[in-house]
Design a protein around this ligand. Structure first.
Ligand SMILES: *Cc1c(COP(=O)(O)O)cnc(C)c1O
Length: 384
């Protein structure tokens, strides 16, 4: 085999326009702290494009989740239902406010929380449900909202991977009470480190602004609604620098282009790997008809953990990086301390052991995708 450069697993999105906006923020706007003109452009863009009542940039997806946990008014001892197959901070945000975590199993088709188990996991202490849209493929939100309405629970969407994806025409992040986006460099749109919180009910807007701005009502002061600003309640510093927002702006204004480029790469993987699925050697992602995904990730499922480990090594030997994903939180030291698993772990551990993510990023070359595909065919001893 010919030597080629390593095919990266991820390369952060960069269009080339970002630098111009960053320079403008620094040299022309002379505003590099939070809530400058680029932050405002990003807020408007998110609100307009996703029909969101309110969007606020944050310093990370994690800080958006923390804001959601604080806004949910969860008290120590309250329970939060979430999947175990997720990133650590889906959980830590709620641990911060003293919640007990109740993990439930996932569906094997989408790797999302199994909505049919949620209701059985509800107790008198349950306060919220966290829906994590894995790989930008939506959870079954109608069922989740129906359960939440009947039991008076808050719904937080961890849509860190779901920017530009939708459920029945509604943008992910705008369906629950709070939606949390990540603009980390591994996500579809990036500002290095950053995120956003989307808020459904306008009654939460003031508190969200206060919590985001060190517990002060500075935003109301800047709008002339109060004549001095003061410490109102608990808060932290969740607003990002306008330098980062300027970088993000370069990507949001061309979000369609990024999205269609990623979808094209995703579809190429899907088509080219279909024969291996037909031969039942691997499984491919399943996207239910009710959702439009955003090609955040392309994964395959191997037969088992041992086969996946062999495939990772096989690809690495051929200069291709691939990656498994979450170690289920309920089996982690902190997960055991802060939570419990409700019901049986039928799919969480077994499906996560089989899942392997392939190189996927904005601008990935078709030739590289074909290289990855052909390496997988040769691993399974099938000609492609
Ligand atoms: C990336 C991610 C986060 C955290 O986002 P950061 O911006 O890195 O803090 C949380 N949840 C999920 C599901 C993620 O993929």
């Amino acid at each position: 085999m010919e030597w080629h450069q390593m095919i990266s697993f991820n390369i952060p999105p960069y269009l080339g326009t970002e630098f111009k906006y960053v320079k403008d923020a620094i040299e022309v706007k002379r505003k590099i702290s939070g809530d400058g003109s680029y932050t405002k452009l990003c807020h408007c863009w998110l609100e307009n494009n996703f029909s969101a009542q309110k969007a606020l940039l944050t310093t990370s997806g994690t800080s958006a989740l923390e804001m959601a946990a604080i806004l949910s008014e969860i008290r120590p001892g309250d329970e939060v239902i979430l999947p175990s197959y997720t990133f650590s901070t889906t959980a830590t945000a709620f641990v911060l406010v003293g919640a007990k975590l109740v993990f439930v199993d996932i569906r094997p088709d989408t790797m999302n929380i199994d909505e049919t188990i949620i209701e059985k996991a509800i107790t008198r202490s349950t306060k919220a449900i966290v829906a994590v849209h894995y790989a930008g493929v939506s959870c079954e939100m109608d069922t989740i909202l129906d359960i939440a309405n009947r039991h008076n629970l808050i719904v937080v969407e961890d849509a860190a991977q779901g920017v530009m994806a939708s459920y029945k025409e509604k943008a992910l992040g705008t369906i629950g009470d709070f939606g949390c986006y990540s603009f980390h460099e591994t996500k579809n749109y990036s500002m290095g480190e950053g995120g956003a919180i989307l808020i459904k009910d306008p009654k939460n807007n003031d508190r969200a602004e206060i919590i985001r701005e060190k517990g002060t009502n500075r935003q109301r002061f800047l709008r002339g609604q109060v004549d001095k600003y003061t410490w109102e309640e608990y808060g932290s510093s969740y607003l990002p620098s306008d330098i980062n927002a300027a970088y993000l702006w370069g990507q949001l204004e061309r979000a369609e282009e990024i999205n269609s480029n990623r979808l094209q790469a995703w579809n190429t993987y899907y088509e080219k790997l279909s024969r291996l699925r037909e031969k039942k050697l691997i499984e491919l992602p399943i996207v239910p008809e009710y959702c439009k995904h955003n090609a955040h990730m392309f994964y395959i499922k191997c037969k088992n953990l041992a086969e996946r480990s062999r495939l990772i090594t096989y690809l690495k030997d051929r200069q291709i990086s691939s990656a498994f994903h979450y170690i289920p939180l309920h089996s982690s030291p902190a997960g055991k301390r802060y939570g419990r698993f409700f019901g049986d772990d039928i799919y969480t551990t077994s499906e996560s052991n089989r899942l392997l993510r392939l190189p996927m990023y904005f601008g990935i070359k078709e030739a590289d995708i074909l290289e990855v595909v052909s390496a997988i065919y040769s691993f399974y001893n099938i000609s492609n």
